[in-house]
Design a protein around this ligand. Structure first.
Ligand SMILES: Nc1ncnc2c1ncn2[C@@H]1O[C@H](COP(=O)(O)OP(=O)(O)O)[C@@H](O)[C@H]1O
Ligand SMILES: [Mg+2]
Length: 371
């Protein structure tokens, strides 16, 4: 049997570069060498694509000397191909490494999870793991995402979209408008980012103006939300294309005031409780919302749906969908599947299968009328 050639991409330009390296190490470890021929491609913080022997180790050491440039394919004529530059001068000498069957972007955050990378794969007519351009970008944009959820009757916390230029014109007017939404606390966030970067919990007016300025460093569009009360953080994993399935629910037990970047990745103190202790009707409802949200933004492959549940009333709010969730073997996404009967290697196989399935669907689609 011919092995499937899988190009695993990791690193990337976002603040989650190092998290991506950790996720990729688990993915690479799970790809059965009997069935897959793996090409490792690292993307540097500057956006250069590099490959070579043990690319991931080189990225961990931040020592790129042994690696060569990869020029990503942009045209279907180069279908399933990579050009490998054998000299540092681009275009000097290119070799073609053909026959990439599937790209597996293990890239979190902007330029990996937000539709930009997915657009590149589409241009090249390549099969790839995960959501397409629209699903990825809507999943990343907290402003547009919330509007789509509202339109689909999925409960979310009250929120408001603000432009950085609004802040610059009249901060006080913005604050007054926000305060009309209700009582403190509010959360100020950049519209497009992840891993809690630029997010502040604002308990007072002065917190709020600081929080808005902080969020405005990271995007030209911001979102301000009402704080969910007594918020338990419940997550569910969704897997599939046309008929997605939801896993059991899990709970994140943050060690700090909220699930900050530090508690997620630095001190590693957030605990995971699987399955989450919830009445059956609440967890069923959460899983139903997760699937509806997934379909609403046209996800494919996988996504992790993150909810707030009021610890007193069990009121449910969807917070976000992550289309390329943390993927180390101890991350919530694969652990929820494990608890639902799917091992980590089985999950990776399934994602590759779903990528090929989605590609077959796309190949049936006509892009123009032919006479
Ligand atoms: N409206 C809210 N109410 C209560 N807690 C919130 C709210 N928004 C964010 N948080 C807290 O901040 C964390 C990060 O916010 P989130 O919107 O998930 O951003 P990111 O995309 O960076 O993960 C959440 O996991 C939660 O702990
Ligand atoms: Mg989050």
């Amino acid at each position: 049997m011919k092995k499937l050639r899988v190009a695993v991409l990791f690193g990337g330009r976002s603040g989650e570069h190092d998290v991506s390296l950790m996720s990729a190490r688990s993915v690479l470890g799970a790809l059965d060498p009997q069935r897959y021929e793996v090409i490792q491609i690292g993307v540097t913080l500057d956006g250069n694509w590099l490959t070579g022997a043990n690319t991931l180790d080189a990225f961990d050491r931040k020592d790129f000397a042994s690696l060569t440039s990869v020029i990503p394919p942009t045209e279907p004529a180069a279908r399933q191909s990579l050009y490998i530059a054998r000299s540092t001068k681009m275009g000097d000498k290119l070799e073609t490494l053909s026959g990439v069957d599937v790209f597996f972007p293990v890239l979190h955050g902007p330029f990996g999870e937000d539709g930009t990378m997915q657009g590149l794969f589409e241009l090249a007519d390549a099969a790839y793991v995960g959501a397409g351009v629209a699903g990825s970008s809507v999943g990343m944009d907290k402003g547009i995402f919330k509007d789509v959820m509202r339109a689909n009757g999925i409960p979310i916390v009250e929120s408001m979209l603000i432009l950085r230029t609004d802040l610059e014109k009249n901060m006080n007017a913005v604050i007054e408008k926000i305060e009309k939404m209700g009582e403190y606390p509010f959360f100020a966030k950049p519209a497009n980012l992840g891993s809690s970067v630029g997010i502040s919990k604002c308990n007072s007016r002065s917190d709020l103006s600081e929080g808005l300025m902080e969020a405005a460093r990271f995007d030209r569009r911001l979102i301000v939300e009402k704080g969910a009360r007594n918020a338990r953080e419940i997550e569910v994993s969704v897997l599939g294309n046309e008929e997605p399935q939801a896993s059991v629910c899990g709970e994140v037990l943050p060690s700090r005031e909220f699930y900050s970047y530090e508690s997620k990745y630095i001190d590693g103190t957030s605990g995971l409780l699987i399955p989450a202790q919830l009445p059956a009707e609440v967890s069923d409802k959460i899983r139903e919302y997760a699937i509806r949200a997934y379909k609403a933004i046209d996800c494919a492959g996988m996504a992790r749906a993150d909810f707030f549940v009021d610890g007193k009333t069990n009121q449910i709010y969807l917070n976000e969908l992550n289309t390329l969730p943390g993927f180390t073997s101890i991350s919530m996404y694969p652990k929820l599947w494990q608890a639902s009967g799917l091992t980590y290697p089985q999950l990776v196989d399934r994602l590759i299968g779903l990528a090929l399935e989605r590609k077959a669907q796309r190949d049936r689609t006509e892009h123009r009328r032919t006479m």
